[in-house]
Design a binder for this molecule. Structure first.
Ligand SMILES: Cc1ncc(COP(=O)(O)O)c(C=O)c1O
Length: 379
């Protein structure tokens, strides 16, 4: 049998990356907010229909900016799903917030909106829904509860660029939303992110926070005659070289999404019957959600089977991975009072979940090898 070597993820050039990076240097502007950064901003604003998009150095940093923009203070509470990346919570804890971890739905693995209202207290400042795998959270309920309780919604849309909930783009519901362009995402600049600002009142302060707490952006627009320190902030803007790389990726949106759709559908078609036979749960995409085909995961019946499958695939040259560990049981989560049994769905699915290889150059031949191997996995 031919030797198999299927990466979990691989960075892929989509066309004009190096040409645009060369142009960025020739433009004589390789620090932040150069011509390519502005083109990325316009691209995101016009494609998504958001009032303002700002590139950031990561999704983590877009979340940190969100916490500053919402004036999160020590003692404020923020509600977020227990099944997410540490940045979703850490960005708010950095400002002194107390996290409240909510369990997730067993079908989409998204924040369980039916538990949201009961978790809100007088100290709650924000809820941070995470669109896991780019499949929309139940935004109608979440937005309605947030409106009634007068709390902000920050969408962590790290996985969900171009995904939709009821025909509307993810990232356009909350006051703020964060995107990731980390190398594992559909579109990448290696490290990178964006803050989407849906409340125009927050745009000016976002520009200040992103520019080390200075009004540099206003200065360059000629709106003030000198720039100075006016607020808290940090250095959240990426080099224009990275924006050049990213623009080349974003411009291939149709091609990227079409390929990823095919990858996802090949996995689903090839694994559906096997999954039903072995009590393996495949991703649930509600009819009212359009996914951006960010990942393909499966939930094995037990932790032992999940670990065995990862090892078995690895022994045969296929790299698959698990995903988040329950935040409430992490060292930090326990410091905030988390204990076993608090979020039973997250505790279970975190043990069961496996992500299959998924990237922009994955071939159907490689997928066939993965699927054949899985069919032969000794259950
Ligand atoms: C849900 C979620 N939020 C935030 C992040 C952080 O993204 P970044 O690496 O761009 O900071 C990740 C990382 O993949 C993530 O999965």
């Amino acid at each position: 049998m031919a030797e198999i070597n299927v990466d979990f993820n691989r960075p892929v050039l989509m066309g004009n990356e190096f040409e645009y990076m060369r142009q960025a240097v020739e433009n004589g502007h390789i620090s932040g907010d150069g011509p390519f950064t502005k083109k990325c901003h316009s691209f995101l604003e016009s494609e998504l229909g958001v009032p303002k998009a700002l590139l950031t150095t990561s999704c983590t940093h877009a979340l940190e900016m969100s916490a500053m923009l919402l004036d999160i203070q020590p003692g404020d509470e923020v509600i977020l799903p227990d099944f997410t990346f540490v940045s979703t919570v850490n960005a708010f804890v950095l400002r002194g917030a107390k996290p409240v971890f909510l369990d997730v739905r067993p079908d989409t693995l998204n924040l369980d909106e039916s538990k949201l209202e009961a978790a809100i207290t007088v100290r709650t400042k924000a809820v941070i829904p995470v669109h896991y795998a780019g499949v929309g959270c139940e935004m109608d309920s979440i937005m309605e509860i947030a409106r009634r309780s007068n709390i902000a919604v920050v969408e962590d849309n790290a996985h969900g660029l171009f995904g939709k909930y009821k025909g509307k783009y993810l990232g356009t519901f909350g006051t703020l939303a964060s995107q990731s362009f980390h190398e594992t995402k559909n579109f990448t600049s290696g490290e990178g992110g964006a803050l989407l600002i849906n409340d125009p009142m927050l745009v000016e302060r976002a520009e200040i926070i992103r520019e080390k707490g200075t009004n540099r952006a206003r200065f360059f627009r000629g709106q003030v005659d000198k720039y100075t320190w006016v607020d808290i902030g940090s250095s959240y803007l990426p080099s224009d070289i990275l924006a050049a790389f990213l623009l080349a990726q974003l411009e291939q949106r149709e091609k990227v999404q079409l390929h990823r759709k095919q990858v996802w559908e090949i996995y689903e078609a090839g694994l559906k019957d096997w999954a039903a036979k072995h009590d393996v749960q495949l991703p649930c995409i509600p009819d009212h959600c359009e996914q951006p085909y960010h990942m393909f995961y499966m939930l094995l019946p037990t932790l032992e089977l999940r670990q065995n499958l990862i090892s078995y695939l690895r022994e045969h040259g296929v790299y698959s991975v698990f995903h988040y560990l329950p935040l409430h049981l992490s060292d930090m989560g326990q410091k905030f009072g988390g204990k076993l049994g608090d979020c039973p769905v997250t505790e279970r699915i975190s043990d069961q979940l496996i992500r299959l290889p998924f990237h922009n150059a994955l071939t159907s031949g490689e997928q066939e090898q993965v699927i054949d191997l899985i069919h032969e996995f000794p259950f």
